[in-house]
Design a protein around this ligand. Structure first.
Ligand code: SF4
Length: 538
């Protein structure tokens, strides 16, 4: 028997540490021959602590909301060959880890299959394929389910152009927000002529309400490492850097430990898998400035300079870290590489919409019943996220809007929930997909105050280099404060509108260019709420 306690940050925040220790103590005291492991998060954060239990020949069962005092009963059941069904959330009979297929067992008709649980409705786990199922601290578990097979294949084939063509054909778009074609970006770096090239993983996740990357790293660090080694080989880089925000200590710890294990196994270093390829990774902790998620600011931060953006061109692919050609991809982009290598671009494009293939992981948070990480095919309607997966408004309240894309995104009203979640459709509404934050607002939320919150955030995170963003956001916050405090006038509204467009059109970097989005979308879709505030001030 195996017991695995979900111990990502969300699990430990809900008491998984005491659950783990209760299992360890009881197994030891009773002298039971059971394997106890730590895993990451299976995604349903609202039901943490999650515990996986497995008896040979039976399905894997995921238990929910497990507390330390549930442990004796669970062990009683397992010790007598029964599955503890009382706390069961779902069962898994077989699982496709992309590079390895696992059959657990069949039976237990009283427990729903994982995809029959409303929270998992329509979810397809490509990026999250291993999260919550394997022990992130053990490279052996990753290898046992087929990990590093994609790297092996790429090194044996020794045909980088073929891999780039596959990534291009997959139409994989950067998952950090901009949605640029990954294969084309890779081709730029491959063609760059330089003795030294760098690849970087941008794990500086900073949007309020977004924690996809944190969970992915905490739960499955080797998929990220494998994607980056493949990227290094294909693009001709010998050094890779993982830029991870220091506020993610568990992710930093697990990633550092995984890098060390990969090095010990000959997967990093001078002669990877005996194929003569040299590549190594180092992790750098970012100090938590939101603007350092912008590529040029991130590069300056890595160089030891103040994390302030610089104008483009030149682009990092020509003149990046220390002046060398550099490729930067988001965490989630790297997670898609091994599956594309193993299953091919045709398989990848079967999922998603015509222009946005594959899946995207979202952190669904706010005023919904079911919160957690949701991996959906791109092009899924917004209403599926909110009502089917999210289970509708918490405490029976009516949902009013969803904010996508964090402080760079916008608010989408309930009347537009038929909108498909992909790069183009969200852009048409004045929002963006961003890195995947999805914050649900209900009838109790004041949308003007929501816009004010996001402007306060970007105002405090602006690096101050250019006037439109530095001064413009300061003035925007001034007008929004006046309006929400009941002092606003029609003139304030008009000035805020003009100012927002000016900031969007003239700021130097993406932070300033997108910062007005929450205000502009709120003005567009919730103008009456501004008018209510202004009328009340008369
Ligand atoms: Fe700095 Fe804002 Fe200008 Fe970007 S737009 S360079 S964050 S001041």
């Amino acid at each position: 028997p195996r017991i695995a306690v979900g111990m990502g940050t969300c699990g430990t925040g809900n008491g998984a540490e005491s659950v783990y220790h209760a299992f360890a103590d009881s197994i030891n005291t009773r002298g039971l021959g059971m394997n106890l492991a730590r895993t990451g998060c299976f995604g349903f954060c609202a039901a943490e602590p999650l515990v996986n239990v497995y008896l040979p020949g039976k399905p894997l069962v995921i238990l929910q909301r497990v507390q330390a005092n549930d442990v004796p009963g669970i062990l009683d059941d397992l010790a007598s060959g029964r599955m503890p069904t009382g706390l069961a959330l779902c069962k898994i009979e077989e699982w496709d880890h992309i590079t390895g297929h696992v059959r657990f067992g069949v039976g237990l008709p009283e427990i729903p299959h994982w995809h029959e649980v409303p929270f998992f409705t329509g979810q397809k786990k490509i990026v999250l394929r291993n999260c919550g199922l394997i022990n992130p601290n053990e490279i052996d578990e990753y290898i046992a389910i087929g990990g590093y097979q994609a790297l092996y294949k790429v090194l044996i084939d020794n045909n980088p152009d073929m891999v780039i063509e596959a990534v291009k054909a997959s139409k994989l778009r950067g998952r950090g927000g901009a949605g640029y074609q990954t294969g084309i970006k890779w081709e730029f770096l491959r063609k760059a002529k330089s003795e030294r090239k760098y690849i970087i993983c941008n794990a500086d996740e900073g949007d309020p309400g977004a924690y996809m990357n944190r969970n992915e790293i905490e739960s499955d660090p080797h998929s990220l490492i494998e994607g980056m080694i493949i990227g290094g080989f294909v693009m001709g880089a010998t050094e890779g850097i993982l830029y991870v925000r220091a506020e993610y200590p568990l992710a930093v710890h697990r990633l550092n430990s995984a890098i060390e294990q990969a090095r010990e196994c000959g997967l990093l270093g001078d002669n990877i898998l005996g194929r003569g390829f040299r590549f190594d990774l180092q992790l750098v902790e970012g100090a938590g400035a939101f603007v350092c998620g912008e590529e040029t600011a991130l590069i300056r931060s890595l160089e030891g300079k103040a994390g302030r953006p610089t104008p483009r061109p030149p682009y990092p692919a020509e003149h990046g870290l220390y002046g060398c050609p550099t490729n930067i991809n988001n965490v989630e982009t790297w997670y898609n590489i091994a599956p594309i290598v193993i299953k091919g671009p045709g398989w990848f494009t079967e999922t998603g919409s015509a222009k946005s293939s594959g899946t995207k992981v979202f952190s669904l948070v706010g005023k919904v019943n079911n919160t957690g990480l949701v991996e959906m095919p791109l092009g899924t309607p917004l209403k599926t996220f909110v009502y089917d997966v999210g289970g509708g408004g918490a405490h029976g309240r009516a949902i009013k809007a969803v904010q996508t894309g964090g402080p760079s995104g916008g608010c989408i009203p309930q009347e537009m929930f038929d909108t498909c979640v992909d790069y183009e459709s969200l852009g048409q509404l004045g929002s963006i997909m961003g890195s995947g934050g999805m914050v649900v607002m209900d009838e109790d939320n004041c949308m003007v105050d929501v816009a004010r919150y996001f402007i306060e955030f970007t105002h405090s995170e602006s690096c101050g280099k250019c006037i439109p963003c530095r001064v413009g956001l300061d003035k925007s916050l001034y007008y929004l404060n006046r309006i929400t405090q009941g002092k606003g006038t029609e003139a304030d509204f008009a000035l805020l509108d003009d100012l927002s467009r000016m900031i969007r059109d003239t700021s130097l970097c993406g932070l300033g260019q997108t910062a007005p989005n929450p205000v502009l979308t709120t003005m567009r879709h919730f103008r009456h709420e501004f008018e209510d505030h202004i009328r009340a001030a008369r």
